[in-house]
Ligand binder design. Structure first.
Ligand code: BGC
Length: 772
């Protein structure tokens, strides 16, 4: 087969004969392998190194802030360097380009510059939507609804693919147990079972039936592995994890995405137990590839191969590149000055066998072939406009925001609102479009973003008087965030803001209204990458504002806009209704109004234990039994050692009762399965949503096991008076655990307690034995 004739070449968007992703010529395994091998046979070592290099492509906007930007290689004018690499045919992939016309222009350059006509692949951080922004990932996890999560990422994939993007650097599947860590907002929280289900759903959403499905893109779960356990919650700092934590807690979501067929994995920045993750042969080559059989391609995190020098691991860039590629990192993501440009030197010096490069190039080219890139490298700019404008995407985002909200407290059934004549909406976040979207978004449409204020006004209609007062100026970080710097938009105070007068205005508005809806939390630049925090308090004077509003005696609904738990001790005792709305996205305000007015019932549940104060961190529900378990709540003498709200907590507008927790048998052999059933009734007066949760505890065995472990869940909706019986399997996958003494998975001879209920404190229980 002539290689060149199988690849689209030329200088203009080629009218494609078949849509990208449709099974076209050369997509069977054998054809793909033949095309890829024929290409590799003709490539020089420098061309191979080029295929293994992924460049950021953007010029920073001219701004005062950028002169101090201290990211490696982050100098304006970088686009020109990448253009030169494209002209040499030495670029495998680009990231951060989202404009279809620019994508086509760059693709023309890439194809013209590459002797073999190999196109580049475009990757991007499609974290919670591209144009249509969905709730942040921690919020989506709080829906406990894998189907909604899959649909959300399918919409994101459709928009991204239409724009010309082939690959998302998502989902982030790092377990997050320390809310000081800013990236908890990108995670699914503390629990490996929930996080694995959420992670697999996201991969299905991005990829559909697999690489090359129409309108889908490659999923790139990250950051392999352990990144969420950064010392002190300080982003990028070292991680030290025990063997047991690694296998039982931090690795399972990665194994789940491999099983779900993820096409890519991204390595992490930090040291894991002393070895940098991006140069870690054990992690990538042995665990990911040999043990789990991952056959996609691995990319480094940005500049992480370069960083092998700053980790005091590699002596120079040649060694850094050699060690990363040998560990199994196929592609280097770089700001510029790639270590992989030194791979030809490394091969010539005998530091790396060229066969290792060939294997890496094979994995990258296979992904390109499977995505249809070799046949149809250009994007249809007209189609992009149509897909990005699809109103169905906005409807899906609204439904997702409804499902992700968590009703933390609802004393006296204050919610849903019953015909208020007037509503005071208070707090600077209540009418901030940018904050409603949350962190990690770049291509949003601010104009169509619905804030809480807008949503309430639209839903309430003309008959209800809706007033607004910010009450305080926005709170600020002590220095601009990384993304503030990138965008050149460092938040500033509103001009002429009179603090005392604005507070007084908010208080009198609350006083004069039937109900006050107060929106408090963190500004979007306070959370995300490089946005860790040493405190969990409400930033700025927000607590004082809340206290002043509550003091008016007007009933208060607190809406929390956040991506991490905040110190709500005062609110949990003094505010009757608290709804966690997270950063709810493009349609956030509309969804919040739907919930407040009872058009839909909340049903989200916390994906983490909500600590009372930062001093309790890290706090997890699945701790092991230890000395004096009776006084588990008295581990500190100055504060309870229990959470403010437990893992899995969340209320609805129904009232749920559990009964008849039954097993199909009371004794099994290791390897067999028990089926659990439980009946749930909505004993309330309104329809409600419930996430039925199943936990286990192993009474004794060859290791000390957690007091509770989530092993099943189902989200259901029940009308008033309705009952449903649900079943859950407990088999080898649920009952095994990694035993650090045996260094293997084991199922013990033991007794297993089973609990079912509304959250991780569920007390309806039964048990069975595992014996010989
Ligand atoms: C982050 C990754 C992200 C990459 C590209 C890195 O700094 O850690 O999660 O995908 O940048 O934006």
């Amino acid at each position: 087969m002539s290689v060149r004739s199988t690849i689209a070449t030329g200088n203009g968007p080629a009218p494609s004969t078949h849509a990208a992703g449709m099974p076209g010529p050369g997509r069977s395994d054998a054809d793909v392998a033949e095309r890829v091998d024929a290409l590799i046979a003709q490539m020089t070592v420098a061309e191979k190194a080029g295929q293994l290099t992924q460049y950021f492509y953007f010029d920073l906007p001219p701004s005062e802030e950028h002169k101090d930007l201290d990211l490696p290689g982050a100098a304006p004018g970088r686009e020109a360097d990448v253009d030169a690499a494209l002209a040499r045919g030495e670029v495998g992939s680009l990231l951060f380009v989202t404009d279809p016309a620019k994508i086509n222009r760059l693709q023309r350059l890439a194809i013209a510059g590459n002797r073999h006509g190999i196109p580049v692949m475009f990757g991007f951080d499609v974290i919670h939507g591209l144009r249509t922004i969905f709730p942040v990932p921690i919020a989506m996890a709080a829906s406990w609804d894998p189907e909604a999560i899959e649909q959300g990422q399918a919409v994101a994939a459709r928009e991204a693919r239409a724009a010309g993007i082939h690959w998302a650097f998502a989902p982030m599947v790092d377990i997050a147990r320390d809310p000081r860590w800013g990236r908890i907002v990108e995670s699914a929280g503390e629990d490996p079972y929930l996080a694995s289900a959420v992670a697999a759903a996201q991969v299905r959403g991005f990829q559909g039936d697999g690489l090359g499905s129409p309108g889908r893109i490659i999923a790139g779960p990250k950051h392999f592995a352990g990144y969420g356990a950064a010392l002190g919650g300080r982003d990028y700092d070292e991680v030290n994890l025990s063997d047991s934590e690694l296998w039982n807690v931090y690795l399972p979501p990665f194994e789940a995405v491999v099983k779900a067929g993820a096409g890519n994995i991204m390595t992490a920045y930090m040291n894991l137990n002393g070895i940098p993750a991006t140069g870690n042969h054990w992690l990538v080559a042995e665990v990911l590839r040999a043990t789990w059989g991952f056959d996609g391609f691995v990319v480094s995190d940005a500049q992480a191969v370069h960083d092998l020098r700053t980790h005091a691991f590699a002596a120079d860039l040649t060694e850094a590149g050699a060690r990363a590629v040998q560990a199994g990192v196929d592609m280097e993501m770089t700001f510029g000055d790639p270590a992989y440009a030194h791979l030809p030197e490394a091969v010539a010096a005998g530091l790396v066998d060229e066969k290792i490069l060939d294997a890496a190039v094979r994995r990258v080219l296979t992904a390109k072939a499977r995505m249809g890139l070799l046949d149809a490298p250009y994007v249809d700019e007209q189609n992009a406009r149509i897909v990005l404008a699809d109103p169905a995407h906005r409807a899906a985002a609204r439904a997702a925001a409804q499902r992700s909200a968590v009703l933390l407290r609802n004393e006296g059934g204050l919610l849903p609102l019953t015909n208020p004549g007037s509503i005071a909406v208070i707090g600077p976040l209540a009418d901030s479009r940018r904050d409603t979207l949350g962190p990690w978004v770049f291509d949003f449409d601010l104009g169509e973003t619905v804030t809480v204020l807008r949503g309430i006004k639209d839903r309430a209609g003309a008959a209800v008087e809706v007033g607004y007062a910010p009450g305080m100026r926005p709170a600020h970080r002590t220095f601009p965030s990384m993304f503030d710097q990138f965008s050149g938009k460092v938040p500033v105070d509103p001009p002429g803001f009179d603090d005392a007068a604005e507070l007084a205005r908010a208080v009198s508005l609350a006083h004069a209204s039937d109900i006050a809806v107060v929106v408090l939390g963190e500004w979007q630049n306070m959370i995300g990458e490089a946005a860790s925090r040493s405190s969990l308090e409400l930033p700025g004077g927000q607590l004082a504002l809340l206290q002043a509003v509550v003091a008016t005696g007007t009933p208060v609904v607190l809406l929390v806009m956040n991506g991490r738990p905040l110190d709500l001790r005062w609110a949990a005792e003094n505010v009757p209704a608290i709804l966690d709305i997270w950063y709810p996205g493009t349609q956030g305000g509309a969804a919040v109004a739907d919930l407040l007015f009872g058009d839909v019932a909340p049903g989200g549940k916390l994906p983490f234990s909500w600590p009372r104060t930062v001093g309790q961190v890290p706090m997890i529900y699945s701790h092991t039994v230890s000395h004096d378990p009776r006084h588990q709540d008295r581990r500190y003498w100055d504060e309870a050692s229990t959470p403010l709200f437990p893992f899995g907590h969340g209320l609805s507008y129904g009232q749920f009762e559990y009964r008849d927790l039954n097993l199909d048998r009371n004794h099994i052999q290791p390897g067999q399965t028990v089926t659990v059933s439980v009946t749930v009734t909505n004993a309330g007066e309104r329809t409600g949503d419930e996430v039925v949760q199943l936990y286990i505890r192993q009474r004794h065995g060859s290791a000390s096991r957690p007091v509770r472990e989530l092993k099943g869940f189902q989200r259901i909706s029940l009308a008033a008076g309705e009952s449903r019986t649900l079943t859950f399997p407990l088999g080898p996958a649920e009952l095994r655990y990694w035993n650090s003494a045996a260094r293997d998975w084991v199922i013990d001879i033991t007794t297993i307690d089973v609990f079912a209920g509304s959250d991780s404190t569920a007390d309806l229980t039964t048990n069975f034995t595992i014996g010989s």
